[in-house]
Write a protein that binds this ligand. Structure first.
Ligand code: PAF
Length: 280
């Protein structure tokens, strides 16, 4: 069955309100479209927890800086909706920028903590205020019981989890493991920017993280391992923004050898910026 396409908040509230009245649990899968297997995994995980799944497609202007790829971010509503239909998603919310941000829109949801860990926030200072503002709206607009986020955007996952906790939004944020291509490259809407040669190089980020994690598990200091990872990626032609080990929950720089660690990386290959992370 085709999902209901919803363009307004009022219409969305009507649909999700009916689900609630029937005591049906719902999960929201927030996306910016350009869907791939990773998003469909979020949908499937949503259905494992809830009776209904609503996906949202909105390329959120507030999370892009002027020099970023907002204009060229891939948009293909028909193909996205067809993919969501094949997963039997119940509703797809596709608001316009004007529906999301009315003429007098004046609110920003802004977090410290994981949103200011010196990772993505350092290189994309506007990013998390844009993400938390739109995600808070999506949580409140859908009234969903669960929200599905990929672990690939690890800092985003930690940030929206903290936001829901801090603002007492009654939703459970679920992190879903990263879906990878056969060679290990994390699936991403931005992979479609890569040339054939760049695509063959791109997997080095995952391989380098895997090697660094293994070194840390075998007793190498995390800073030594991540410095070597930066060197190795740079030698391969990447422009590295960061490769770092952080506390897996707070994203703070680890202080003890016993903390749970997450290795997190961002690097450019040509004109494309890729991010990835793995547990240590
Ligand atoms: O991860 C994304 O695609 C976006 O940051 C999100 C969560 C849909 C907010 O615009």
């Amino acid at each position: 069955m085709k999902p209901v396409l919803v363009r307004s908040v009022a219409e969305l509230r009507k649909i999700t309100g009916e689900w609630r009245r029937k005591d049906e649990k719902s999960a929201v899968v927030p996306t910016m479209g350009a869907l791939h297997e990773g998003h469909l995994t979020l949908v499937r995980e949503g259905f494992r927890r809830a009776d209904r799944v609503v996906a949202t497609i909105f390329v959120n202007p507030k999370q892009f800086a002027a020099n970023e790829d907002f204009g060229r971010y891939p948009r293909d509503e028909d193909s996205d909706v067809a993919m969501l239909a094949s997963e039997k998603v119940n509703a797809v919310f596709i608001p316009s920028p004007a529906e999301m941000y009315g003429p007098h829109f004046a609110t920003t949801v802004s977090l410290a903590g994981p949103a200011k860990a010196g990772l993505e926030d350092k290189y994309r200072p506007q990013f998390f205020d844009g993400v938390t503002t739109v995600v808070a709206k999506l949580f409140l607009q859908t009234g969903a019981d669960f929200a599905m986020f990929g672990e690939k955007d690890y800092q985003q996952l930690m940030t929206v989890t903290a936001m829901a906790r801090d603002l007492d939004i009654p939703i459970t944020v679920i992190g879903v493991p990263t879906v990878r291509e056969e060679d290990g490259l994390a699936k991403s809407s931005r992979n479609r920017y890569l040339s054939k040669h760049e695509r063959s190089q791109a997997v080095a980020i995952y391989k380098t993280l895997t090697q660094a994690a293994e070194k840390i598990r075998n007793g190498t200091d995390h800073q030594v391992a991540t410095t070597a990872a930066v060197r190795s990626l740079t030698t391969l032609g990447f422009k590295v923004d960061y490769v770092t080990a952080r506390n897996a929950e707070t994203l703070a720089v680890p202080k003890t050898a016993s903390e749970p660690l997450r290795l997190i990386a961002a690097a450019w290959i040509g004109k494309t910026r890729l991010i990835d992370n793995i547990a240590v």
